[in-house]
Ligand binder design. Structure first.
Ligand code: ACO
Length: 324
């Protein structure tokens, strides 16, 4: 008997307000043509009177509904975010309180930027496979619009707000590559790239959250091999060739990065999920948002073999291969 983590529920939530490239051209010196050709982004959702925890809560409710479970069934809550409501406590504990989980259910946040959801899946999967928990809720939720400098055209056009969630549950497999559930995961970090993508402030340095600043070219250069590696390594660990998967869901930062990674992996365009056009970069929310949206629409189906691959500030990166 081999314990696996099966994905039994998915959810997503986007704030109502949609901001177009033309809207942005009224705030900073930019235009739809520049943003579209350099990034592939057309629109993004931006919070008005909601908090990151509101986005996370709504995605969690949908994921529990799709799983056919109630909050009392949960044994673990993990939220990945770089934009928590408060510096402490965690968004996860707020969600635990709002959902009404069993008292004592562990809940914590992970800070791994755009790799946060994959990092969260790794923790949940490991705890499930160790038999410590049976049912886990993993959420990626961000209000990046709150840490964007809306006078800086280099960054403000790139990001969006939203949340995605997944419910994982222990299931029995035979340990083969044909099992359902998470088949392999791998996460990495290289802190020598700390300064290339960061907020220009923080609690211990400036007593403020700061705004996102980045060296776009360095991020771009690093992202392509890192996202490629994240996919290749988990495919190999699970005993698959990347060409055998049904779908690649890469972190949604930039269409040029996504296309490059798809090409490097030898995947046809049709197998690479793109959501950056209508979400922008939503950091930890980007992968679960894209996953949930496409499961909900029926494009991705139960039984499909999917690779998630992420890269973000730190730098952090990694992947997961899942049979849904
Ligand atoms: N509108 C118009 N012009 C702009 C804008 C804008 N919004 N932003 C920058 N420019 C200008 C620059 O000022 C520059 O002008 P200059 O030549 O007069 O100085 C010119 O456009 C070219 O800028 P480049 O930096 O060369 O543009 P590049 O082709 O590198 O694209 C981009 C920039 C899109 C940021 C790219 O570097 C990139 O995608 N990097 C990856 C970064 C990323 O996606 N970060 C998100 C977070 S990281 C993550 O999620 C993994």
């Amino acid at each position: 008997m081999h314990i696996r983590s099966e994905l039994i529920g998915w959810g997503h939530y986007l704030p109502k307000k949609v901001v177009t490239n033309d809207d942005l051209s009224k705030i900073v010196d930019t235009n739809d043509e520049w943003i579209s050709t350099r990034t592939g982004i057309k629109t993004r959702h931006i919070v008005e009177d909601e908090l990151t925890s509101d986005l996370a809560y709504n995605a969690a409710k949908m994921a529990l509904d799709r799983a056919g479970l109630s909050a009392e069934d949960l044994d673990l809550i993990i939220v990945s975010s770089v934009t928590p409501d408060n510096t402490t406590p965690s968004v996860a504990t707020k969600i635990a309180g709002r959902l009404g989980v069993k008292v004592g259910t562990p809940a914590f946040d992970i800070l791994a930027a755009c790799s946060g959801f994959v990092y969260g899946l790794v923790q949940a999967d490991n705890m499930i496979r160790l038999g410590q928990v049976k049912t886990a809720l993993v959420i990626g939720a961000e209000s990046l619009s709150k840490i964007v400098d809306w006078t800086d055209r280099n960054t403000c056009v790139l990001f969006g707000d939203g949340a995605g969630a997944a419910v994982l549950r222990a299931c029995e497999g035979d340990g083969s590559k044909n099992d359902k559930g998470i088949l392999a995961t791998k996460i990495y970090a290289d802190g020598t790239h700390y300064d290339y993508l960061k907020t220009n402030g923080g609690v211990s340095s400036t007593k403020t959250a700061g705004f996102v600043s980045m060296d776009g070219k360095e991020v771009f250069k690093f992202a392509i091999p890192a996202l490629t590696q994240g996919a290749e390594v988990v495919a190999e660990m699970a005993g698959y060739k990347v060409s055998e998967i049904d779908w690649l869901i890469p972190h949604q930062a930039n269409i040029r990065i996504i296309s490059n990674v798809g090409e490097k992996l030898g995947l046809p365009e049709e197998k690479v999920i793109v959501a950056v056009d209508h979400h922008g970069n939503t950091s930890a929310a980007s992968i679960p948002l894209a996953l949930s949206e496409n499961l909900e629409s029926g494009k991705i189906k139960k039984g499909d073999l999917v690779i998630l691959t992420a890269m973000g500030a730190g730098f952090t990166w990694g992947g997961a291969i899942i049979r849904l």
